[in-house]
Design a protein around this ligand. Structure first.
Ligand code: NAP
Length: 459
């Protein structure tokens, strides 16, 4: 009876996970998606406790308590801008758990473990351990604990693939000689080192994509463990995790016009390739009052938000400014680049939070033809996604990435704190163009001043 109940709960839980992804695909239903995922996971944990009720469950309950005590504040207190590194830590813990359960299963079943099961276990342990160290490095880079620059050195590929080769060869040896328990330590050690070497050589700007790829690795290893443990829910959840991570990685790399191999092995973002210019150039800086004068005569305005809007939490004042302009008959649109910010949909989420109507958000392909006939484009804390080097400079790490063609509009107002580069470390020529007005300062402060100035002006 218990078995049937557990299986039934697992099925309901799997359905909730699928619904969760479905609901999260739209802003309108995304909260429901979140709730659905939480309910699915709560049910899965409850069903697992039920499944093991005849044994000593104090360890399981202890793990749930520790996980809840440690995880809840992390989930509740992390700022929106830190979600990518928080996600990296979730993958690190998840993949480590999967790899350790795999190792425990090996020691529990040996010597009677069959070669097929052991092969699957070895595969999931290699993926799990490399995802653990890779995710920890991704976290450290995004959190600024270590440099975001890729660490490149002579013989990097040989070292990386040599280490992976050691992991695979020792895993094959273990499958052939299942009694050699110590070899498992070599498999685990080599996989841990490979994850470290792989991600340390990738630039910070590519970390969100790397996290999506690691997400997919963690999911695949969880699904593989599900086969070994004969746990159908783990197979479903792992497959959903693995495929959604892969799809997300593909979406991000397509939006940057990059291949997976270029992201993983291209070393993009190293100092030598930063494209930073050394010649001293002078940009024209303006005050919010200057911008208000230009806006007074504008009939069409496009707002191009980026990561800096998220940092400054300027989305509400952006919306207020748009409202005032619209009330004066100005046509206002928001230009959304697919990789603006630090995760796909980052800008959509922030603007939805500020109650910006969804129909005012224009995707890159649709808005780009409109820039030449736009009077003023206000770039709010975006940088790389507007950098024309992506169109023209073949030696730039950004080359080939589709961008918002904000430089084509009649006037570009750039709101950021300094003349510094964006996430990729590449200088932006747009700052120095004659039709660009640089307004330096925190986006929320600048836009608040601009709003006051616009309000004080008669249209
Ligand atoms: P960005 O290139 O990182 O530029 C953000 C700008 O915001 C910075 O230049 C910064 O300049 C400014 N800023 C920071 N805090 C600010 C504040 N409080 N007020 C005003 N400005 C502030 O961002 P982006 O244009 O959104 O481009 C996203 C980058 O992330 C791209 O390189 C993209 O490839 C990468 N990426 C994104 C994703 C994704 O899914 N979204 C995935 C992979 C990679 P100051 O320091 O001078 O203020």
């Amino acid at each position: 009876m218990t078995d049937v109940t557990v299986e039934a709960l697992y099925v309901v839980s799997a359905v909730l996970f699928v619904l969760s992804l479905k609901f999260m695909a739209e802003v309108r239903t995304s909260r429901l998606g979140n709730l659905s995922g939480v309910a699915g996971m709560a049910l899965a944990i409850g069903a697992t406790l039920l499944a093991y009720q005849s044994q000593n469950t104090s360890l399981l309950i202890g793990a749930v308590v520790v996980g809840t005590v440690v995880g809840s504040p992390i989930g509740l207190k992390v700022a929106m801008t830190a979600v990518p590194q928080r996600t990296a830590m979730s993958h690190a813990f998840g993949s480590l758990a999967v790899a350790l359960v795999g190792a425990a299963e090996y020691y529990r079943e040996t010597p009677s473990i069959d070669p097929v099961t052991l092969s699957v276990l070895c595969g999931e342990m290699v993926l799990g351990f490399l995802t653990f160290t890779g995710s920890c490095i991704a976290f450290a880079k995004l959190q600024g604990l270590i440099s975001g620059r890729p660490i490149l050195y002579r013989g990097r590929m040989v070292a990386s693939f040599g280490t992976l080769g050691v992991a695979i060869a020792s895993a094959a040896y273990l499958v052939a000689n299942p009694g050699q328990g110590l070899v498992l330590l070599v498999v685990a050690g080599a996989a841990l080192v490979f994850g470290f070497l792989l991600v340390i050589a990738i630039g910070g700007a590519d970390m969100p994509t790397v996290i999506a790829i690691l997400n997919s690795f963690a999911g695949i290893s969880a699904a593989a463990l599900g086969f070994v443990l004969d746990n159908r829910l783990l197979i479903v959840a792992g497959s959903l995790d693995g495929s959604s991570g892969l799809i997300l990685g593909i979406i991000m790399s397509k939006a940057m016009n990059r291949s997976f191999s270029n992201i993983l092995f291209g070393g993009v973002g190293a100092l030598r390739a930063s494209g930073a210019t050394t010649e001293a150039r002078v940009a024209q800086t303006y005050t919010p009052d200057d911008v208000a004068i230009v806006l007074r005569d504008a009939r069409s305005v496009i707002i191009a938000p980026g990561y800096g809007m998220a940092v400054a939490q300027a989305q509400h004042v952006v919306k207020e400014l748009a409202d005032v302009l619209q009330s004066r008959g100005v046509d206002v649109k928001y230009a959304i680049h697919p990789v603006a910010g630090r995760m796909p949909g980052h800008m959509n989420v922030l603007l939805a939070e500020a109650q910006v109507p969804y129909e005012q958000l224009w995707e890159m392909d649709k808005v780009n033809p409109l820039f030449p006939e736009t009077d003023v484009t206000i770039v709010v804390g975006a940088n790389d996604v507007t950098n024309p080097a992506a169109r023209t400079k073949t030696d730039s790490p950004l080359y080939g990435m589709p961008i918002l063609n904000v430089d084509k509009s009649k006037t570009v107002v750039f709101v950021k704190r300094s003349m510094g580069p964006g996430f990729s470390g590449v200088d932006n020529d747009l700052f120095y163009l004659p039709n660009t007005m640089m307004v330096l300062g925190d986006a929320k402060k600048v836009l608040t001043d601009l709003l006051a100035s616009v309000r004080s002006m008669k249209s």
